[in-house]
Ligand binder design. Sequence first.
Ligand code: SAM
Ligand code: SF4
Ligand code: FES
Length: 348
Amino acid sequence: EFATALSRIIQGEEPDKASLIILLSARPGEEEEALYREADNFRARYVGEEVHLRGVIEFSNHCRRLCHYCGLRADNRRLRRYRMEKEEILKSARMAVELGYGTVVLQSGEDTWYSAEMLAELVATIKGMGLAVTLCVGERSREEYALWREAGADRYLLKHETANPRLYHRLHPGMSWEERITCLQWLRELGYQVGSGNIVGLPGQTLEDLADDLLLLRKLRVEMAGIGPFIPHPDTPLGSYPAGSLELTYRVLAVARLVLPWAHLPATTAVGTLSPNGRQLALQRGANVVMPNLTPRKYRGDYQIYPGKICVNEEPADCRYCLEGMIHSLGRRIGRGPGHALRPLTEN
Ligand code: SAM
Ligand code: SF4
Ligand code: FES
């Protein structure tokens, strides 16, 4: 059954939910090995040997939302909050140029202290440095997304988190799954390269939900998909639930490579946090992107979306050299240039 489902997907048959569930249930040993081997083959064939580095600047940990899993949620009084000044953010972006990164990701909690105009100015200045810019600042109005796109933003990251609306509503008080999808549609219409993605191992999540995540990513024709495990944070409502399984995360990642062959798939910081060689394995099971931390060290410990996050004691340059070693040890090379989407928006 597993072998049939795998060969049908490899031959390019339109995936259905039942066969995705079979693939996601791959058993340790032969089945998992076959799945990972095919994912690595697809990775090599469609996106090649280059591993793209996206430098992430976590410029504010203030957030108006209450996501049940996240340490930045508004209710978490234990977190020391910070906001980076404009000049400090630009300094980090210059560091990206120095370190040879082609893309800067501006990421934060949902912090409306930064007006749309302020962020647009930042985007334009950073674009002027010759970098591609990805924004990851949550849900905003269509007008704001449009302004940033006009300012030159290339990509936008907004994970759908889970394709199960009931689970989504349980974990995101005051938010709506439908609005999240609407935001993703706006971003697409405005010409962004769109990144979405989901968390693996959320309390109450089923394999069927994960199959739906993959079908949704296909339907949205995302250029990028971030797929990472749930990691419990003690100061959140989900603090006492177990972490998502690393093996299941790899299976979702590998199947994602098969159903989204051209997508950029990061080896996430979260898999690196759950295991010392977590990102290396991800890169061998479908991933082709890594997102080194560019945040100044003094703020890193406070961008605690989950505990134990890696690189908290490192400086930006440390991560650069660490990743270079990692990529070369896998026989791969660092991507050059902006590392844009590999296929036009309308195909895939
Ligand atoms: N606030 C923006 C948003 O939510 O889109 C961007 C920053 S948010 C910290 C980035 C991602 O962190 C979210 O999309 C979510 O998937 C992830 N995240 C937050 N808490 C997590 C946890 N405890 N375990 C795994 N991923 C988590
Ligand atoms: Fe805020 Fe994003 Fe964390 Fe939700 S996941 S609480 S929106 S930072
Ligand atoms: Fe930061 Fe390895 S990527 S130290």
